[in-house]
Design a protein around this ligand. Structure first.
Ligand SMILES: [Zn+2]
Length: 889
């Protein structure tokens, strides 16, 4: 079920929150660490989409810190964990929402969750609740823990063991007390897609059962384990009745990028919990579906440690759910690949039943992401689908019962196999720390894999996983060898956020013939989370030949797409690259020289464009030099000082050469950008610091043409991210033409932007779009003199690729797809004659520009520069184009 590319209308009800005081008495809270937070409704009152976009940019990862918790790992993404259990703070209570989608199917409304948890906490010392972030619209994200009470000392011991497992797996493997007393964690994420509701209801029931059962078995279970429940990671979508967050982003595609506070909360929680097993509940596929996935499997998993219990858990769920004979439930018919009413004895397990199209290749999904923190994981799809806006109340009851049985089955499995699963987790971290060559489950060793072996009969794709040549390290240079210092720092921040260890060279060091300056960043792959580190940084592989189709993106490399220069060096068995000290906090190099009248900075990365926009917003005089640097005049020094601090920009004194160039250099304007597009356009432009944004549509332009209210009136430039078609002879078309003739420029992406630029006389040619499901990383070249030449980039993301042919005389090629091998990594196969495959794009223009006599300019990208806001290097190029297009004579 793909994300519909529409911008949702946010429910504008202002939610006024109140704080409910817990009614529990103190005597059953002997380890209760402290009161919870008092907080206002915050962003819940935000009513405009643009306002939400800015709020989403501001809110940090893992927000929601509370008293009585401690930040245990010191990385920027960490959340605070309780110092003892139970942890029972006062929870903010939200008022009922108007038109709450849950009213239609009888599932739990978001507003009901806090009162229920409060009541449960009041009656049970087994239940704890943390707030581990806030949704886009400002609703608290709850993490509920069910476990036997722990003293501070006991919790500290559990924390120490958890860290020992990751950072010192050799000792952990021999630690008998750990093996006996570590409370092995299981984590259920119930509702990250808003309109897939019933996981939340099932999780609440499981929490309630665990909290209130007075049998000995439950007590023993809670002595041995911690059970964590993320009740809903998308409360806005749950309430509105939509899959996406209230910014129309799919949080379950966002684990790498972290564009949503919802996904950032998940990432932080995965680090904090380090679960042995994690499941993520969804719907609806007609019949219960429990992963593991079909091929191709991601190359960076320790798949031989993942698949034995992963498949066995799915089989256990199958047995239990089938035996439960839940009234109204459906079953899988392997003969027809259909859901049927009679009990066939099967649910659907993609690993066994789906040869292509339901894979675990990209780590953008919750379950696939959590696996990189040492967990066996599954995505669960509930059976009964929506009829109308929601499931029916009857079907919601069925789904809830199926979800509940699935969760209890998982708990049972963990309880029965936690020693073996813990050993596997320890082993996965051990391989990382030791830097072992990674060859398991790539070609031949299937028979020797220990553990449950039911999966082996289905492993009929022995060459499914390509062997991975793990490097010794990735080096992110500083100094002249770095394309963008700002993008490099953003990349390092992102790695730290994910819990990846990063160090810096303590002195200038020569590696593989290149000398890297002191301070260059090093990601040594001898580390516990090496799979995650390599998944984030490696280029990936062209997997087009492996399967006919993929479920989602098939390449994402932050090394290739985030604008920073990153070098992959050595082999995992090599010696360390040099003397490196661990980086504790986020890197910083901002500042402004004293006594300078004119200061300059390099405008190369996303943060630089944010800084540039902040300077222009503050009316600072800024000129743009040919080499891609900007100079700020004396009247802008105060603003520059603020920007240096706020955006961590290292300003330098402008040289006499710079000052001589100022006479001919364009002075930049604070741009008003009209845009036609979706959430990717809005969020990317917002992230770049363009804050004067006006959304336009064809209908709006047509309607406003007569009265001069098209939305273009005050705009310097029109960004086109989606179709903006006005019929020839229409008033709207004339209005846009008048605006272009008056100097208005057009910049955008896809064939839609080319069509607009061509319609209004700015470019000439044909736009050809490749197979629309083709996606990945392409090799691009930048001709000398291109507007993209300052700070040029060698790679881009496409989904799909568009190229431009038959160009008219006035249309200039600014970038091309590589003539020999344009497609480097991902999945892109041609259909039919092959005219939409990678070979057809070879050597063709990927970016073009044009200019009219009026001074209006156009730049059109055939690459997907704003895709889910993911390719940060693309964002920088788009900003470069926007400023070029508006700085003509
Ligand atoms: Zn889903």
């Amino acid at each position: 079920m793909k994300l519909p590319r529409t911008v949702a209308v946010l429910a504008t009800a202002t939610l006024v929150a109140t704080t409910l005081t817990a009614t529990a008495t103190a005597d059953d809270r002997r380890d209760r660490p402290g009161r919870g937070p008092e907080r206002d409704a915050g962003a819940v009152g935000a009513t405009s989409f643009a306002e939400l976009a800015r709020t989403a940019q501001r809110s940090g990862p893992g927000s929601g810190t509370t008293n009585g918790t401690n930040n245990t790992s010191g990385t920027s993404g960490a959340i605070d964990m309780p110092r003892a259990y139970p942890f029972q703070p006062d929870l903010t209570v939200y008022p009922p929402a108007d038109d709450d989608a849950t009213d239609l199917n009888g599932t739990i409304g978001y507003d009901e969750i806090a009162p229920r948890l409060t009541a449960l906490m009041a009656s049970s010392d087994r239940v704890s609740t943390q707030v581990v972030g806030r949704s886009t619209a400002g609703r608290d994200l709850y993490l509920v823990t069910v476990t036997a009470p722990e003293s501070r000392r006991e919790t500290a011991q559990q924390t120490a063991w958890r860290d020992e497992i990751r950072t010192d797996p050799g000792d952990a493997a021999r630690d008998r007390r750990l093996a006996r007393d570590y409370k092995t964690p299981l984590w259920i994420s119930a509702n990250i897609h808003g309109n897939e509701w019933e996981g939340t209801d099932a999780a609440m029931q499981v929490v309630q059962d665990l909290a209130t059962s007075d049998d000995r078995a439950t007590a023993a279970l809670l002595e041995d384990h911690r059970f964590y429940f993320s009740l809903t990671l998308n409360p806005d979508g749950r309430t509105i009745g939509q899959r996406a967050t209230s910014l129309s982003l799919d949080a379950n595609r966002d684990m790498i990028t972290g564009a949503t506070p919802e996904s950032r909360s998940f990432v932080s929680t995965a680090q904090a919990l380090q679960p042995l097993y994690a499941a993520d509940f969804h719907g609806y596929t007609g019949v219960l579906q429990v992963e593991p996935c079909g091929p191709p499997h991601g190359q960076n998993y320790e798949y031989d440690l993942f698949i034995p219990h992963g498949y066995a858990i799915a089989r256990q769920v199958e047995d239990d759910v089938v035996a439960a004979e839940i009234p109204g439930n459906t079953y899988y018919d392997p003969a027809t690949d259909d859901a049927v009413d009679e009990n066939t004895g099967f649910i659907k397990i993609p690993y066994r039943d789906t040869p292509s199209g339901w894979d675990d290749y990209p780590p953008v999904f919750t379950a696939q992401y959590a696996a990189f923190h040492g967990a066996t994981t599954s995505t669960v799809e509930l059976p009964k689908g929506r009829t109308g806006p929601t499931t029916t109340p009857e079907d919601a009851v069925i789904n809830t019962a199926v979800a509940k049985r699935t969760m209890t089955s998982m708990i049972d499995y963990l309880a029965g196999h936690d020693d073996a699963m813990l050993a596997d987790q320890v082993e996965s971290f051990r391989r990382g720390v030791a830097g072992e060559p990674k060859d398991a489950l790539t070609v031949d060793d299937v028979a020797a894999v220990p553990g449950p072996d039911e999966w082996k009969q289905h492993w009929d794709v022995v060459d499914d996983q390509d062997p991975v040549d793990l490097p010794r390290a990735y080096v992110i240079p500083v100094g002249d060898g770095q394309r963008s210092a700002a993008d490099a720092e953003a990349l390092v921040d992102q790695l730290l956020f994910h819990g990846v260890e990063v160090g810096t060279l303590t002195r200038s060091t020569r590696v593989d013939g290149t000398t890297y300056p002191k301070g260059s960043f090093v990601v040594d792959l001898h580390q516990p989370l090496r799979g995650l580190a390599n998944a984030l940084l490696d280029l990936g592989t062209d997997i087009s030949a492996k399967v006919p189709s993929m479920y989602d993106i098939s390449a994402w490399s932050l090394s290739s797409l985030w604008g920073a220069t990153v070098e992959k060096v050595g082999s995992t068995t090599d010696r360390p690259v040099g003397a490196v000290k661990p980086l504790r906090g986020e890197p910083s190099d901002g500042g402004i020289p004293r006594l300078a009248a004119y200061v300059a900075f390099d405008v190369a990365g996303v943060e630089d464009y944010r800084a540039l926009n902040a300077l222009l917003e503050a009316d600072a005089p800024v000129w743009w030099l040919d080499d891609g640097r900007a100079v700020v005049g004396p009247k802008g020094l105060r603003a520059a000082r603020d920007v240096a601090k706020e955006h961590d920009v290292p300003f330098e004194t402008a040289t006499w050469r710079d000052l001589r160039e100022l006479r001919d250099a364009p002075e930049l304007d604070d741009l008003t950008v009209a845009y036609a597009g979706n959430q990717d356009d809005l969020l990317s432009l917002t992230e770049l610091g363009f804050d004067d944004l006006v959304r336009v549509t064809a209908a709006g332009i047509e309607a406003g043409a007569a009265t001069g209210t098209t939305g273009l009136e005050d705009a310097d430039v029109l960004w086109v991210g989606s179709a903006l078609t006005l019929p020839a002879g229409s008033a709207g078309r004339s209005a846009v033409q008048d605006w272009v003739d008056d100097g208005g420029s057009v910049v955008g992406r896809t064939a839609a932007a080319f069509a607009v630029a061509e319609t209004y006389g700015l470019v000439e040619g044909e736009a050809v779009t490749g197979n629309r499901s083709g996606n990945g990383i392409v090799d691009v070249s930048t001709p000398a003199g291109s507007i993209l030449a300052p700070h040029e980039q060698d790679h881009a993301f496409v989904y799909p690729a568009t190229w431009f042919t038959g160009l008219g005389e006035g249309t200039t090629v600014e970038q091309t797809y590589d003539a020999e091998r344009p497609f480097l990594a991902g999945h892109w196969v041609p259909t039919g004659s092959g005219a939409d495959g990678p070979a057809a794009s070879a050597g063709q223009a990927s970016v073009v520009s044009g200019e009219a006599e009026s001074g209006a300019r156009a730049v059109v990208f055939g690459t997907s520069v704003f895709f889910r806001t993911h390719p940060k290097g693309g964002l920088g190029q788009a900003a470069q184009a926007l400023f070029w297009a508006t700085s003509g004579d």
